[in-house]
Write a new protein. Structure first.
Length: 453
């Protein structure tokens, strides 16, 4: 029996993700289209590919226990071994099937390594019943293996969130993320959008902040004309809530210091429209080509009143690119971060992260907050947000800013009155917003509202 088509697709995705440094979700769609697998095999290939990408380090640990010279194993052979190891440890595929298919996967990339594959995978199969080789309730290394996360990351999350909340997040990272849509009022009404999504089999349900919809059928949503036409955009529910905190008054001026693709810029302007009229928005990026793409996307989405700006928002001197000091009513600092709150959407990212980057990113955020403090007028406010859960990128940045001379002019505005019903658990004792990934819930996002004067 040769390698099954579904496993061949998964192996190709895993291999390309490694060699190209691409994200698995960018590769899987193309691979599945070319393969023409049936629904059952598509689901299997998807689970296997994402599972291997999200468990890479854990699988390597299991394999290396039985390899004499782990560093000498060819990367393509290791990719194939990882597939079988994932089936043995996480999918509980029968040993004979997983081992045989693992050997066939190795044969497809390096025939001479089949003997090695057979020996190593049989040893992994023997140890699989005792995986994760420790008690995850008391042993953080075992918890890291069980939930397929780097040990350093598990330690950091347990320290920052506590063991119970950290485990909830770690387990949620391995579950499918809900698909949330955000209504674009500049293309059509919310009622029209809901009707269109219902006709296309999306099974839409309003949830969370205004204009937020969860797709009962994500696959239908991705294929929908409503999404293609710009009547809605994909945006996590918690990200939509963060944007709702940064809405400028109608006719006022807002700044999005790190606009990226402009989704939160759209949502800020949509919020202004809902409160009485559009505002003037400046949306920035540090890269010229991204500024151009940002402007094109917002034009396509028919968002009015937005000016794309090329600026390094981490440099306080950039205030002049936004109109100078005290020129804005609202400034959104959607800071670059480690992205730990969105790991389930990028399963391989957990193994690409370096612990040292967290301090570097936090320092960039500190510079952006300094810029925001200069930009906002007295009586205006700054929203500092991330999509991560670390104390260093969230609490330490906000408290550090408030302890500075410019920061002493700001006070925290509690978000409790603004959170959607059922989200009260995401409000911290300080009045900040902090969602933690959980099954069938939003991603992890942090936000603090800081009022000037």
């Amino acid at each position: 029996m040769s390698l099954t088509p579904s496993r061949a697709v998964a192996l190709r995705v895993v291999n390309e993700a490694r060699t190209r440094g691409a994200w698995g979700h960018e590769l899987l769609g193309t691979a599945l289209e070319r393969s023409r697998l049936d629904e059952r095999d598509t689901a299997f290939a998807t689970r296997l590919a994402y599972g291997v990408l999200s468990s890479e380090g854990t699988l390597d640990e299991a394999l290396d226990r039985h390899l004499d010279r782990p560093s000498r194993v060819h990367p393509k052979v290791r990719d194939a071994l990882r597939l079988a190891a994932y089936e043995l440890l996480f999918m509980r595929t029968p040993d004979r099937v997983a081992v045989h298919q693992g050997v066939e996967a190795v044969r497809s990339v390096e025939r001479r390594a089949t003997g090695l594959a057979n020996a190593v995978l049989r040893r992994v199969a023997e140890e699989a019943p005792s995986f994760p080789w420790g008690d995850p309730d008391t042993d953080q290394a075992a918890l890291a293996r069980l939930t397929s996360h780097p040990a350093w990351l598990v330690t950091r999350l347990v320290d920052d969130l506590g063991p119970e909340l950290a485990r909830t997040m770690l387990e949620a990272d391995n579950e499918p993320a809900p698909l949330y849509l955000a209504h674009n009022p500049f293309v059509g009404t919310f009622a029209d959008l809901m009707s269109a999504l219902e006709r296309e089999g999306v099974a839409p349900e309003p949830v969370g902040p205004p204009g937020c919809i969860v797709a009962g059928s994500p696959s239908a949503a991705v294929r929908s004309e409503a999404l293609r036409s710009g009547a809605c955009v994909v945006a996590d529910a918690a990200a939509q809530f963060v944007a709702s905190l940064a809405v400028p008054p109608p006719g006022g001026r807002g700044v999005d210091l790190a606009a990226g693709r402009g989704t939160k810029t759209l949502l800020m302007q949509a919020g202004s429209l809902r409160t009485g009229g559009v505002s003037e928005l400046l949306a920035a990026d540090v890269h010229a080509y991204k500024v151009s793409l940002l402007a094109e996307r917002l034009e396509m989405l028919k968002v009015p009143g937005v000016h794309a700006v090329l600026a390094d928002s981490a440099d306080p001197a950039s205030v002049h690119a936004f109109g100078g000091p005290s020129s804005a009513d609202v400034v959104l600092v959607d800071a670059p971060c480690s992205g730990l709150g969105t790991l389930r959407r990028h399963p391989e990212k957990r193994w690409r992260l370096d612990a040292t980057i967290i301090d570097d990113l936090a320092r960039i955020s500190e510079g952006m907050l300094e810029t925001a403090a200069l930009l906002v007028r007295p009586g205006g406010f700054v929203v500092y947000s991330t999509c991560t859960m670390t104390e260093r990128e969230n609490r330490a940045v906000v408290e550090g800013f408030l302890a500075t001379t410019p920061g002493s002019e700001f006070t925290v505005r509690p978000v409790a009155q603004a959170v959607p019903h059922g989200w009260e658990r995401f409000v911290t004792a300080e009045g900040w917003f902090c969602s933690v990934p959980e099954p069938a819930g939003p991603d992890g996002h942090f936000a603090a509202v800081l009022v000037s004067g």
